[in-house]
Design a protein around this ligand. Structure first.
Ligand code: ADP
Ligand code: MG
Length: 700
């Protein structure tokens, strides 16, 4: 921070203030010095005691803080060493709170507060505070206080510092100089303030000494600091336009869940009343993207995702996630993107991103060396970190970068992202639910092909989703009629609305508008729903009843034993059931997840497995299809075929087998020739067999 402008009377006023108001606090600090070295005060406490001083802090902060810190040095306390305390102020008046996008030149040099998400942090670096230069002629040491970015050097060997008074050359001595820790961070405005797809704006903030290393990317903070401008350079030239940056005075972090969503007593009353509605689940569904026709099961699932299950800390230190991950795969033009964009506007703390990475951090996080770091490494948060404790909507996830693919597993399951590179070693939290959409590789979804072959995503990543829905666009007279009528009527309603707004004739009436808009009107408006969700997530932590637990357990065991050869479920699915049941209870604000909740969870998963996890040959659900891309029966067949080829090779003279021989042998074992072809393809793709130049097969 720039150190300047000693003002005797101002220092004296602060000295008086500290003596009167903070003596005991400073004495306590003295006992913990230098571990603790900041006196942090609430603005309003200063205002109460001395409104003039408080006012000066806001409008002449550099000078006022400087003299206040000078005054702190004069306070007489018994301490082992001389105290050098920082003076920090928090909770400054509303009038000083500025949206990052609204920061204008007239705020320069004043004390302001900005609210937002930490997007980037640099590594912590020592910065010169007082530089010690040694004269090369006489050996005297000059100490120069460094208050700017550019190193200030002595112009001569000052006599008043014991030097020889000559113009000389100097050598910087790092051992005699004193340093202070410094860090630069970037704050991005909260997504809540940004409805309508606007790009978030950012501001750089400089932190010093005990403020460094305290925030991580993804944190929600209020930074109180002094707005200042920084010259921009083009090559060696200074430009006349400046960058805006802040020198931090204090940082407040938001810890309370969904602090940004305010629920008043009145809201609470309404929420409690709504929770008792017997049609609550239908009404919730009807409040999700009402302009989108159909997709009822998907919408039910999205409601459950919105409320989420309970994250649990086990005695052995492991943590299981409560967030429900969902994936929509389907034909183009089936409103997937529309749905994601709606959910990202509805859910508190949500981030909308495209798989096609827009920043270096991509979907998770990255350590980069860019302009921001001014030569240092910077840790930058991606979508899943920014959506911590919220919802990350990721469109076209199949188009994501290679680097994201590997880190996404950990980010989704452990909900943490570790980055270790250069001076950066951090673990960031990504405790968010993921709602992703993917398009099929071949343009259209093929019901008869395993899902993993149709989306460009590794099966292991697919298995991290609790729910996967395939949305097909198949012509059907009945649904086409309904969908067309839904879309057209809502457009007509919209036309009447615009007409009434712009033109004052008598052609249309408000009644007509209401009539056409009726079915695209959400039952609960988004504002209320957001409050409802925040309320439920803060206050409702349901526990499974014994009956519900038994239902889930029986379902799991029955399912696994009903099919001997295939493995329909893994413990991962069982966890998905639990999360869905918990969320279902939360929707009713019930502290108990009962039998109905368990059944609702089962029915949703059932629907999803029916569509994507069905083994087409046996008609059974088979989670192997999702986990590995191959059903159990396919797997068996490939093994059988491999045995056949092995035997044929051993019997042949050139250690290979002809296609015709393989097919006829396989037919004896009851495998159709069409399936043999399919399996041969698969085996050679997996590198288990190879084709000889003569067109025969050999074992690798
Ligand atoms: P996708 O991302 O699946 O390719 P989009 O979300 O871009 O599709 O949707 C394309 C357009 O079709 C959007 O304007 C959307 O509103 C419309 N649309 C598609 N399906 C429906 C539906 N079921 N109800 C209403 N509109 C729909
Ligand atoms: Mg799309």
């Amino acid at each position: 921070m720039v150190r300047l402008m000693k003002d005797e009377s101002l220092t004296a006023s602060w000295q008086g203030f500290f003596e009167d108001q903070c003596k005991s606090e400073i004495e306590t600090l003295a006992t913990e010095y230098p571990e603790k070295r900041s006196l942090l005060l609430d603005y309003w406490d200063i205002d109460k005691a001395d409104p003039k001083l408080a006012e000066l802090l806001l409008h002449q902060p550099y000078k006022t803080f400087f003299n206040a810190e000078e005054a702190l040095k004069l306070i007489d306390v018994s301490a082992e060493q001389k105290l050098q305390l920082h003076f920090r102020v928090k909770n400054i008046p509303e009038s000083q709170k500025v949206l990052i996008r609204k920061i204008r030149a007239n705020r320069l040099g004043t004390f302001i507060a900005v609210e937002g998400l930490v997007k980037k942090i640099t590594e912590v670096r020592p910065k010169l505070q007082v530089a010690a230069f040694q004269c090369q002629k006489c050996g005297a040491v000059m100490r120069i206080e460094q208050d700017e970015d550019i190193l200030k050097e002595p112009s001569e060997c000052y006599e008043d510092q014991g030097g020889c008074g000559r113009v000389s050359s100097f050598k910087l001595s790092t051992t005699l100089s004193s340093f202070i820790d410094s860090q630069k961070i970037e704050i991005q405005e909260n997504p809540e303030g940004l409805r309508g797809g606007a790009q978030p704006e950012r501001i750089s903030v400089y932190l010093e000494d005990d403020l460094v290393g305290r925030v991580a990317p993804g944190d929600r903070v209020i930074v109180n600091g002094i707005l200042h401008s920084m010259a921009r350079h083009r090559g060696a030239f200074r430009l006349t336009s400046f960058d805006k940056t802040m020198d931090a005075v204090s940082i407040e972090s938001q810890e309370y869940a969904f602090e940004e969503v305010e629920v008043t007593k009145e809201d609470e009353k309404k929420i409690l009343k709504t929770s008792k509605d017997s049609l609550i689940y239908e009404k919730m569904r009807q409040s999700i993207a009402p302009t989108i026709y159909g997709l009822d099961i998907e919408k039910d699932a999205l409601v459950l995702q919105l409320f989420g299950g309970i994250a649990k800390e086990m005695p052995d230190g492991t943590r299981t996630r409560g967030d429900i991950h969902a994936l929509l795969v389907g034909d183009p033009g089936t409103a997937k993107s529309q749905m994601l964009s709606y959910m990202s506007k509805l859910a508190p703390r949500s981030v909308y991103a495209s798989g096609k990475a827009s920043s270096a951090a991509g979907l998770t996080a990255a350590a980069v060396r860019d302009e921001f770091g001014e030569g240092q490494w910077t840790l930058e948060a991606g979508a899943l970190v920014l959506a911590d404790k919220g919802l990350a909507c990721i469109d076209e996830i199949d188009k994501m970068e290679e680097t994201d693919r590997s880190s996404l597993h950990q980010a989704m399951e452990q909900q943490e992202i570790s980055v270790a590179k250069a001076g950066i070693n951090a673990t960031l939290k990504s405790r968010c639910a993921v709602l992703a959409a993917a398009n099929p590789k071949l343009g259209r979804f093929d019901e008869f092909m395993p899902i993993h072959e149709q989306i460009n995503m590794p099966p292991a990543l697919l298995s991290r989703f609790d729910l996967i829905f395939s949305i097909l666009d198949k012509p059907n007279r009945k649904t086409d009629t309904d969908l067309a009528s839904h879309i057209l009527q809502s457009h007509k309603g919209g036309e009447i609305h615009e007409h009434l707004k712009k033109i004052s004739d008598e052609l249309y009436s408000k009644d007509q508008e209401t009539k056409f808009m009726k079915h695209v009107q959400p039952v609960f408006d988004p504002e209320f729903l957001r409050k409802y969700v925040a309320y439920a997530k803060r206050n409702v932590f349901p526990v499974l009843t014994d009956d519900a637990l038994e239902i889930l357990q029986n379902y799991y065991v029955d399912f696994r034993s009903s099919s001997k050869e295939s493995v329909p479920f893994t413990p991962r699915q069982l966890e998905a059931f639990v999360r869905l049941a918990e969320s279902s209870a939360r929707i009713r604000l019930s502290q108990e997840a009962n039998v109905d909740d368990a059944k609702r969870a089962i029915s949703i998963i059932d629907q999803y497995l029916r569509r994507v996890g069905m083994d087409r040959e046996t008609g059974r659900f088979d989670i192997d299809i999702i986990a590995t891309g191959i059903s159990h029966s396919q797997h068996e067949r490939m093994r059988l075929l491999l045995d056949i080829i092995q035997r044929l090779c051993a019997e042949s003279s050139d250690n290979s087998a002809t296609r015709a021989d393989i097919i006829s042998e396989a037919e004896i074992q009851g495998i159709e020739s069409r399936k043999v072809e399919e399996a041969l393809d698969r085996l050679s793709r997996d590198g288990q067999i190879y084709k000889t130049p003569q067109g025969k097969y050999g074992i690798t």
